[in-house]
Every structure is written in C-alpha cells, then in structure tokens.
Design a protein around this ligand. Structure first.
Ligand SMILES: [Zn+2]
Length: 246
C-alpha cells in the first residue's frame, strides 16, 4: 500500500485501515530490540493484504516500562499513546475510513482497552475500532500444535521462531535460554521483567524454528482477520438504544 500513489488509493477507496503496533524493547540475549516492531510490520502487511485494506506503517514505540533495566528499551507515557492513537484514528476517520483494525504485537499496552472502548462509545456507528491481540493467539497456536510450549510471554518459542523467518541474521540461537519465572504475569507491575526473569526471557526460545515462524505468521494473519471481522460484525449489528449507539 505504501508503494501506491494517493490517486491509486482513491481509486480503491478502502474503508478499512490497519494499524500494526509493536515496540522497541529488550528481548533477551538472543533477539534484537526491534522484535515486536519487525513482527508488527510483517503481520500487519499480511493482514492488510488479506483484508484489502489501507495500512498505516507499523508503529515502533508504545508502552513497555516493564522492560526497563538495560539500554535500548524505548517507552512513552500511556496517556501519550492514548492521545497519539486517537489522533491517528480520527485523522483516518476524516478521510472516510469507517473501520479501523489494530494489530497489536506487543503485550504490555494496557491502555489499549480503554482507548478502543472510548472511541467506539463516542463514534459508533460512524467509526468502528477493533483490535487483534497476538498474545491471545498463543493458546490457539499451542492447541493446534504449532507451538510446542504453552509458556510464551516474551522472547520465547513464538517470537524467536517468527524472527528466524523474518530476520534470521539478527537471531543468536547460541545465546537462547529457556526460562519461566515462579510469579504470574501481573507481577510485572511490581518490578521489571529482569527481577523475575534475569535473562529478560519468559518462555522457551530453544524450541524455535524458522518453519514454525512461517506457520505462526500465516495462522496469526488468519486469526487476526477473523477477530477483526467478528468485532466489526458485532458492532455493525447494534441498533440504537435510547440515546446510545454504543
Ligand atoms: Zn516481543
């Protein structure tokens, strides 16, 4: 879509825009800081192609204070992310986009839920905003046998496999070490990931392979399309209730 001219985009006149969201953050000793952004770029492109949508470039920076401790992790305030996304989405709305699909490829964006809820409450039915969160796909990928381990949270089997497919020259498999901490995920609000995972990895990267990465990306693109279409269908079916379109 980026290679098209504005006139070519006018001729297709899409009403759906895809916004992939990643992050720049530490991913253990074996993966580059661009991991979530690289996956967002690849997966976002695939989802936009499948859905014949306009695509915004993958956003590299979001909220990830839980990854602090080493140089290279870049975050913004949640309120800044909220405002930035609101600006981008309302800009698209002005241009006639009615459906916005966010492809979220970094787990720690907890302001995503109020952001989406607020925009839909304010602007349905003229604007519908839905999210496909790749963290939610891990259970499915495990049940389907694409992932061998059910412990993927950060820099594990899934992310490492996808990076072996997308940018193998940036992956240092000789440095990959599996680790699962004794505390649950909400403890990332009580201390950075390095407090519970000294290597900055939460999962089983040694199980990763390029072939798994290709399968994960293919299946995740299908799952994202299904999740977005389900949400848009649900919102489209709503009738006005008293004063509320939400
Ligand atoms: Zn990641």
């Amino acid at each position: 879509m980026f290679r098209k001219t504005a006139d070519e985009i006018m001729a297709c006149d899409p009403d759906l825009a895809i916004i992939p969201v990643g992050s720049i953050e530490q991913h253990g000793a074996h993966l580059p800081i661009m991991t979530d952004w690289a996956i967002a770029t690849e997966l976002g492109r695939r989802v936009a192609e499948r859905m014949n949508a306009f695509q915004v470039p993958a956003l590299p920076i979001s909220t990830n204070r839980e990854q602090m401790g080493k140089k290279g992790t870049v975050w913004m305030e949640p309120v800044t992310f909220y405002q930035m996304m609101t600006d981008i989405i309302l800009c698209l709305k002005t241009q006639g986009f009615r459906r916005i699909g966010i492809v979220q490829c970094h787990g720690g964006i907890f302001i995503m839920t109020p952001l989406i809820r607020d925009l839909n409450a304010k602007y349905n039915p003229d604007l519908m905003v839905a999210v496909a969160d790749t963290c939610a796909f891990n259970d499915i990928l495990y049940r389907e046998g694409i992932l061998e381990a059910d412990n993927e949270l950060h820099a594990g089997e899934g992310e490492t496999s996808q990076m072996l497919f997308i940018a193998p020259d940036t992956v240092h498999m000789d440095l990959a070490e599996d680790f699962v901490p004794s505390v649950p995920r909400p403890y990332l609000s009580y201390g950075s990931i390095f407090r519970c995972c000294p290597g900055g990895v939460w999962g089983s990267p040694t199980l990763a392979s390029r072939e798994k990465g290709e399968r994960i990306l293919e299946r995740s693109a299908e799952l994202a399309e299904e999740a977005l279409n389900r949400a848009f269908a649900y919102m489209s079916a709503k009738k006005k209730m008293n004063y509320s379109n939400f």
